[in-house]
Design a protein around this ligand. Structure first.
Ligand code: GLV
Length: 320
């Protein structure tokens, strides 16, 4: 019997799937991330780890687990919290959860596009404040999307699903990427690949959909925000550090860009205090994939990966 350590609360059917495969499950059963010292104790003797994005999977954690670990199944599509080379050195398979969270995350990206361009955070705060208000020609004017351009930075699964939604709102699509997207995707979306500088200059809204790595650290900084311009918006549902948050605060304060919608932060869960004071930014607590259906799909896929590797089979969705 193998021991699977699950580092957070997952839907019951996930733990059931692991137990049905004959494994012993040891899970962190409390709300919120497991404190590091307790995590190091929890993983001792594990054959498999099911991890969340709040856990750093590094040499220290693998040492604490011991030599039996064969697989780290991260319950997320992003895996910048996992030191993949260290895992590879030790023969530990790393898996993620692509293909199950694209639609939910794209829904949230589109929600942020609408919330920021139509000033819906401000609007809701106004009603909740109890201040007097009435219909007015100038009340909370935002900007429409019809005929505008959405710049997608990274046209992977989530980027494509976001582009599809934006097309239904009458937007044109530009994208950046290391290579051309498949021709059927390009055709369906009417999308054109351009360099980042052109995308920023032409985009009325720019939405980030790329993984975080050393290569994408601060991909959008002060110069890029200046290119975006005073009538345009930035949306980030990817990972916080792809944007230089300090530069973003300045751009929002100075009106270098019109507004932003964020679901992720550079030093998550800390939010830059400058952002909290601004009206022209919508702030969400990393809930891109947070639907019952999607979280269940993610957790079950992680469980399938663990069961496969522990059975000596190929993982379903290995990273890389
Ligand atoms: C969540 O942030 C994910 O990468 O799936």
């Amino acid at each position: 019997m193998a021991t699977v350590v699950v580092t957070g609360r997952l839907p019951d059917e996930t733990l059931g799937a692991l137990r049905d495969a004959g494994h012993e499950v040891r899970a962190w059963e409390h709300d919120g991330p497991v404190p590091r010292d307790q995590l190091l104790a929890l993983v001792e003797g594990a054959d498999a780890l099911v991890t969340l994005v709040t856990e750093r999977v590094d040499a220290e954690l693998l040492d604490a687990a011991g030599p039996g670990v064969r697989v780290v199944a991260n319950v997320a599509v992003g895996y910048d919290n996992v030191d993949v080379p260290v895992c590879a050195d030790r023969g530990v398979v790393v898996t993620n959860t692509p293909g199950v969270l694209e639609e939910a995350t794209a829904d949230l990206a589109m929600a942020l596009v609408l919330m920021s361009t139509r000033r819906l955070g401000e609007a809701e705060r106004l009603v909740r404040s109890g201040q007097e208000w009435q219909w007015g020609m100038q009340l909370l004017l935002g900007r429409g999307l019809q005929g505008r351009t959405l710049g997608i930075v990274g046209l992977g699964g989530i980027g494509r699903a976001t582009a599809r939604r934006a097309r239904a709102f009458g937007m044109h699509i530009l994208y950046t990427g290391r290579r051309d997207a498949p021709s059927d995707v390009v055709e369906e979306l009417g999308a054109r690949r351009v360099e980042l500088a052109e995308l920023l200059e032409a985009g009325d809204v720019v939405s980030m959909h790329l993984p975080y790595s050393a290569a994408t650290h601060h991909l959008v900084g002060a110069d890029e925000l200046a290119r975006l311009g005073p009538t345009s918006y930035l949306v980030n549902t990817a990972r916080g550090p792809v944007v230089d948050e300090e530069a973003l605060v300045h751009a929002l304060q100075e009106g270098t860009i019109a507004g932003a919608g964020l679901d992720v932060y550079e030093h998550e869960p800390r939010v830059h205090p400058g952002l909290l004071e601004l009206e022209n930014v919508v702030l969400l607590p990393h809930v891109g994939s947070a639907t019952v259906e999607t979280r269940t799909g993610m957790a079950l896929l992680a469980a399938r990966n663990v069961v496969a590797v522990l059975a000596g089979e190929d993982p379903v969705t290995p990273v890389g």
